[in-house]
Design a protein around this ligand. Structure first.
Ligand code: KG4
Ligand code: ZN
Length: 341
């Protein structure tokens, strides 16, 4: 039998300080996530400088715990992986510097991982049988990408957002209706109490490519609705606004994704990223894929939002294809999917 490949992975691109130990890209030996959300809630969003400082405070503890929870010693692992982009440059630099120091100390190679590739690979942990090719919708706070996963580590972007990312739209609308940060989970929760068909919000128009997305028009429509209702002294039912907004986002994500899967002749579809933990979205895709006989893959919510287990999964496929970074690996805030340093 081939030797097991065990990777220590680190993620610090936004407001989660996370470390995990992953075996053969699919098995979690440990997964530690320290979320800074409470800290940033005070400011209504992630403050990069505060995030960087908190990562410095926490990273040692988080990585130590991931190693001890795994029951292994670092020297017996095969590589140290780290997210090197895209993301906030200060937070990324904390993880990249820490990973390089750990790798150097233990005499292990460093593998830099693309954050979005990590999100996609969370599906390999959750679904042991999933293999490319498949289509994946990545919906996070910073990205909305419809991606053709042609092979391990090989991606083709079919569509992307022209303006706000889906998660960003959730966060902005949540702020407008007084729910605060982070908006996604809060809108998800109160939407269950509202009527998703009570207010007609626009389904975002298609942009340059037939699979592109646009969410800023929808966000403006929600703001206009709130302004008009308050000027006319009409009652605003927050639950209905949240549910109707969420439904508009879901409709567009589902219709574009199903078109992409069917027109490109795929039989497998996956979702990934923070917004993929949305319960309405998960149900809608479950139904849409069921009706079309498409195999649907989705990570559990804890592997949808930022974590290091997904970085370890992506790093395994990079490792076996020969990717090794040197100690000159740098953080790249706007790293493109498929691009390598
Ligand atoms: O993937 P992620 O943790 O970080 C980025 O890479 O951006 O995604 C965070 C985003 C935030 O915008 C958050 O509001 C959204 O994911 N989100 C959700 C839910 N949970 C997190 N959006 C909708 N419904 C949720 N349940
Ligand atoms: Zn993310």
């Amino acid at each position: 039998m081939d030797k097991d490949i065990v990777i220590l992975a680190i993620e610090s691109s936004c407001d989660e300080t996370a470390a995990a130990v992953i075996k053969n890209g699919r098995e979690i030996l440990s997964n530690v996530i320290y979320s800074q959300i409470d800290l940033h809630t005070l400011y209504g969003g992630v403050v990069p400088e505060i995030a960087s400082r908190k990562h410095i405070d926490k990273i040692n503890q988080v990585v130590d715990k991931a190693i001890s929870d795994s029951g292994m010693e670092l020297k017996n692992m095969d590589a140290v992986a780290v997210t090197y982009g895209p993301g906030l440059v200060g937070p990324l630099l904390v993880g990249v510097s820490f990973a390089k120091a750990m790798a150097y100390g233990a005499g292990l190679p460093v593998i830099g991982v693309h954050h979005i590739e990590g999100h996609i690979c969370a599906n390999y942990i959750a679904n042991k049988d999933l293999e490319p090719p498949f289509i994946c919708l990545v919906v996070s706070g910073g990205h909305t990408h419809l991606v053709k996963v042609t092979d391990y580590g090989k991606y083709e972007i079919l569509g992307r957002t022209e303006d706000d990312a889906a998660g960003e739209a959730f966060d902005k609308v949540a702020r407008a209706i007084g729910l605060g940060y982070p908006g996604g989970p809060k809108i998800d929760r109160i939407s269950k109490e509202g009527d998703p068909f009570s207010i007609k919000f626009p389904r975002a128009k298609v942009g340059n490519s037939e699979y592109d997305f646009s969410f800023s028009g929808l966000k403006s429509a929600v703001l206009n609705y709130l302004n008009t209702a308050s000027m006319n002294n009409e009652e605003i039912v927050t639950e209905n606004v949240a549910a109707s907004f969420q439904q508009a986002v879901i409709d567009v994500l589902v219709s574009h994704s199903m078109d992409a899967v069917e027109k490109n002749g795929f039989k497998k579809f996956a979702i990934a990223g923070g917004v993929a933990s949305n319960s309405g979205l998960r149900e809608a895709f479950e139904k849409a894929c069921g009706e079309r006989n498409i195999d649907f893959f989705l990570p559990p919510p804890i592997l949808c939002t930022d974590n290091a287990a997904m970085i370890g999964a992506a790093a395994y496929y990079e490792y076996i294809s020969g990717t090794r970074h040197g100690l000159d690996l740098n953080a790249i805030a706007n790293l493109k999917l498929g691009e390598r340093q």
